[in-house]
Design a binder for this molecule. Structure first.
Ligand SMILES: [Zn+2]
Length: 72
């Protein structure tokens, strides 16, 4: 018998994020995906660090090294 307990719930982990300082802009990004400038992707304004409970990322984001085009 399957109970609701058996349904896999995504685990929420406290995750570091960057949140836009503009109260009218609800943009936020995971800190690991944020740009070095820590600029809001929406309004280009400043962002501040915050925490958010997010489901665990299943596939760790791999930083793909930029492959030089081999068109020589
Ligand atoms: Zn913004």
């Amino acid at each position: 018998m399957a109970t609701s307990e058996d349904i896999e719930k995504p685990k929420l982990l406290p995750t570091k994020i960057l949140k836009c300082k503009n109260p009218e802009c609800k943009a936020w990004v995971r800190e690991e995906f944020a740009t070095a400038e820590q600029q809001c992707p929406m309004c280009k304004g400043p962002m501040h660090r915050s925490m958010k409970h997010l489901p665990a990322v299943q596939n760790k984001p791999k930083r793909q090294p930029r492959k030089p085009k081999s068109d020589f």
